[in-house]
Design a protein around this ligand. Structure first.
Ligand code: SF4
Length: 425
């Protein structure tokens, strides 16, 4: 008996052969399957620390819902392999099939024994694949936006070209609870957290698109739909997979998590051994304005946010990035430029200035009437800021104004049947 046959036999011993599909046997078979799946779900939750609600891309909270292996780390796949009666190295083989070879069908994983593949299926395991609903390429070739179907809604990812960099901007949630007043995603409300597999899959699909052009994704930013730190476990597991040497292998230096200011999440990330960059979406220089724009500021005002940013630098030794969206007559005054320099003075950081990406008719319809400042105001703001700070200040022009590249914009356009606004940023 060969090694593979022996392992198949072991697996069969744990999960006895299928019963004939008739009458009582059918019912028993069904109960057995449900039992195995529930048992495995408990195993996923208790041993691997994966929440039922987010591990499944199909039905949150349903014990019979499948678990997406794309969102599991090698050590978790090894534990699963052992749980299913196989040797641990089957987990490493699974990881390589999924992340090196891009294979999602167990039948195509030719070095896995038949019985092991059957056990995976019976355990309710899948390798998820988000369905691409729409892709838009900007006329400049500098951005491509992808709209994917997900349970309870749609999510967006953007591939951004910047010199040699190819940055994948990924979503972490379907919708968002934080209701920032300038953001199309905020209008959706919160639908659900994405599983780690769904986050990784966005990257893999963008990577495949880049590969078709002879390129590869070099950087990842968690800056798409949702607040990533409110989906901490799934996001950080996805990033560990993305960093893994047998996975997409994008180093922590090239990964950034962007937050609207969820302080407990910033502190958790600072204490985590996952070394990634932190970006804070600041967008105002007074609590009064920031509260109007970003309701989360009522709970964690600017001063607390800056303290947390300083702590992040002290723990990680990495400069924090402050994102600052310039909105005409709201955040673009000379006083704002001076205050921004002052607020960030003691924090080793970079500052990204982002002229607002107008939503056109879409914005009018949803009450988001913010405007991009005129060019001379943007230049003046930059001049004053640079004159008053030693930090690196970068102007980030939207590379996808013509494709609805602002967060949640393409989704809203799909939902309302509107065309993208003219390029504004
Ligand atoms: S800007 Fe980010 S945190 Fe704010 S509502 Fe939009 S997705 Fe949520």
């Amino acid at each position: 008996m060969g090694a593979d046959e022996l392992e198949e036999g072991q697996i069969e011993a744990r999960h006895s052969p299928r019963l004939p599909k008739s009458g009582l046997c059918q019912v028993l078979s069904m109960f057995r399957k449900v039992f195995i799946i529930i048992h495995l779900r408990r195993f996923f939750v208790k041993r691997l620390g994966i929440s039922v609600a987010s591990a499944s891309p199909i039905v949150a909270g349903d014990a019979r819902a499948p678990t997406d292996l794309k969102g599991l780390l090698p050590e978790q796949l090894r534990a699963l392999a052992i749980e299913l009666g196989g040797p641990a190295y089957r987990g490493d083989q699974l990881f390589r099939w999924i992340h090196e070879q891009g294979v999602c069908d167990f039948e195509a994983m030719s070095n896995l024994p038949k019985a092991f593949r059957a056990a995976l299926r019976e355990a309710g395991a899948i390798v998820g694949n988000l369905r691409l609903l729409e892709r838009r390429d900007s006329a400049t070739g500098m951005a491509a936006k992808f709209l994917f179907e997900a349970t309870a809604g749609q999510i967006e990812s953007v591939l951004i070209v910047d010199g040699d960099r190819r940055t994948a901007c990924l979503s972490s949630q379907v919708g968002c609870a934080l209701d920032c007043k300038f953001c199309a995603t905020g209008r959706m409300g919160f639908r659900r957290n994405l599983g780690a597999g769904e986050i990784v899959d966005q990257l893999l699909q963008l990577h495949a698109a880049a590969t078709q052009r002879g390129e590869r994704v070099t950087n990842v930013v968690m800056m798409g739909m949702g607040e990533p730190l409110l989906n901490y476990n799934e996001v950080t597991r996805a990033l560990r997979i993305i960093r893994h040497a047998d996975g997409p292998t994008i180093g922590g230096r090239r990964i950034t998590v962007s937050t609207a200011g969820y302080l407990p999440g910033i502190r958790q990330l600072a204490a985590d051994d996952l070394n990634v960059g932190l970006a804070i979406s600041l967008n105002a220089t007074t609590d009064e304005v920031r509260e109007r724009l970003m309701p989360i500021n009522r709970k964690w005002p600017i001063a607390e946010l800056l303290t947390a940013a300083r702590e992040y630098f002290d723990k990680k030794g990495r400069r924090v990035t402050f994102e600052y969206v310039l909105m005409d007559g709201v955040t673009d005054s000379d006083e704002d430029a001076h205050r921004l320099a002052e607020l960030t003075r003691e924090i080793p950081s970079k500052i990204n200035i982002i002229p607002y990406n107008e939503l056109g008719d879409e914005g009018q319809a949803t009450g988001m009437t913010f405007r991009r400042p005129p060019r001379r105001r943007i230049d003046e703001f930059l001049r004053r800021l640079r004159d008053n700070t030693d930090h690196t200040v970068t102007l980030r022009e939207s590379r996808g104004g013509d494709i609805g590249a602002a967060c949640g914009q393409l989704y809203r356009q799909q939902e309302t049947g509107r065309q993208p606004a003219t390029a504004t940023a």
